[in-house]
Design a protein around this ligand. Structure first.
Ligand code: AMP
Length: 428
């Protein structure tokens, strides 16, 4: 549904400030080839050293090379492409850089990052995404921009209406491409790529490279440099995580106790379903917590209000479905709780990656019921590690046999659960 009344207060309208004097910089960022202005900007943001993906990608992107990057979220991927792109674009001109994102939240996040990094330039950044009215976006596009962040469907609508043209795009960024594949956006992405000039630089970011994406990369990129950071299948080392066995009927009580016992600043609780997320939120609110909810049944306005409120600290808890699991950069999330074990092992890594970002530490709790033992194991197989099972002292467990997984697995097998569950989480 279109939310016509909605105008997100974006930073796009802020006039760029070009300081008269940028000091001469000599930092790890200038050593990668970045200008004094950009090095000054990142220093203002508190960055001291480039992250590994930045160290690898920035020099290549500056030279105009294509890149396939696979990096976990929270690795500084956005700056790895945004900084060299801003430098390459130089000063204000035509629409020369397009960034495609699978969701509006990610598009907003990338747009905001570009606004910050481009603060000391006169480059203009704009964004278009679906689910809101066209008016403001048409005005923004008419005003002109150098960098456009977009979700594929809405961008195609604008292109069809003649509101903008991709004829001058020199740099195309396809971000979170595996997510775009999951969401069925690949045909739209291909149409958009075809509308960009052939002679361009293309940057392609994905956590996984299934055959469909390998084919797309082969078609859209030229001699790309492959940049792979860390073990893709493992959570960041700054996150400590454990499984908390519990029967389904005691899940909420255990969650409540975990929250009571934890000195958390901000916590994201993941639910498998939208209804489940609403239910958890209501129960937590009844216990006096301030709670925001984010899932795909909520309007765009509600989702942005939830995210902004959580980021600013107005809500201490964000209850979300996997829509929020990937890519969103929310600083200072101290804890993640998987109220439900994710069906997909890869989503586990993404979910708990919401904490422990950029050198901060984080904790992740996963409630594991008798039904979830197999999914929990497939998560461990996927990551190649054993996750510690924790029992909370003083909790009135009604079924402590949950801690004897071998016996439990036999009981579950005897009850002849479908074997396919075993494999469901292993690979998309
Ligand atoms: P990303 O992976 O792009 O979502 O970035 C994750 C977080 O790391 C963001 O909050 C960035 O502001 C932060 N970040 C990016 N690069 C650096 C750096 N070189 N030093 C410190 N923090 C950084």
């Amino acid at each position: 549904m279109i939310d016509k009344s909605f105008d997100h207060p974006r930073t796009a309208d802020i006039k760029p400030t070009v300081p008269v004097d940028i000091p001469k910089m000599d930092t790890a960022f200038t050593a990668l080839g970045l200008s004094d202005a950009l090095a000054f900007g990142v220093q203002e943001m508190g960055y001291v050293n480039p992250t590994p993906i930045q160290a690898q990608a920035i020099p290549v992107v500056l030279k105009g090379g294509d890149v396939i990057g696979s990096a976990q979220t929270g690795t500084g991927k956005t700056a790895a492409f945004a900084l060299p792109i801003i430098q390459r674009l130089g000063t204000h001109g035509k629409l020369r850089c397009l960034i495609l994102e699978p969701t509006r939240e990610l598009a907003l996040q990338v747009e905001e990052a570009f606004q910050k990094f481009a603060k000391f330039t006169d480059l203009r950044v704009t964004i278009v995404y679906g689910g809101v009215g066209y008016g403001k976006q048409e005005d923004d596009l008419r005003r002109g921009m150098d960098i456009l962040a977009a979700t594929p469907g809405r961008l195609l609508d604008h292109l069809e209406k003649g509101n903008c043209s991709l004829a001058d795009v020199d740099i195309l960024v396809l971000d979170e491409v595996d997510r775009m594949l999951d969401m069925g956006f690949l045909p739209d992405v291909k149409r958009i790529v075809q509308k960009c000039p052939k002679n361009r630089q293309t940057l392609f970011f994905t956590a996984t490279l299934p055959p469909e994406l390998e084919q797309l990369a082969g078609w859209a990129l030229r001699d790309p440099l492959k940049v792979e950071i860390g073990r893709q299948r493992s959570p960041a080392e700054t996150v400590s995580h454990a499984f908390y066995p519990v029967v389904a009927s005691q899940k909420f009580d255990l969650l409540q106790l975990l929250l009571d016992q934890t000195d958390f600043k901000s916590v994201i609780i993941f639910s498998r379903t939208r209804m489940g997320a609403d239910r958890i939120a209501h129960r937590l609110e009844a216990k006096g917590h301030t709670v925001a909810v984010m899932h795909s049944d909520r309007s765009q306005r509600e989702r942005i209000e939830a995210l902004d409120g959580f980021k600013s600290g107005r809500y201490e808890v964000l209850v979300a479905t996997d829509i929020a699991a990937r890519g969103l950069d929310i600083a200072g999330v101290s804890h993640v709780v998987n109220y439900d074990v994710p069906e997909n092992a890869e989503d586990y890594v993404h979910r708990i990656g919401r904490t422990g970002r950029a050198q901060n530490t984080g904790d992740a709790f996963t409630l594991v019921t008798e039904e979830d033992v197999r999914d929990a194991r497939s998560i461990e197989r996927y990551m190649g590690v054993t996750v510690e099972r924790k029992k909370i002292e003083g909790f009135p467990y009604i079924y402590s046999a949950l801690f004897d997984e071998k016996a439990l697995a036999e009981t579950v097998a005897a009850a002849a659960k479908p074997v396919s569950r075993l494999h469901r989480g292993v690979r998309r």
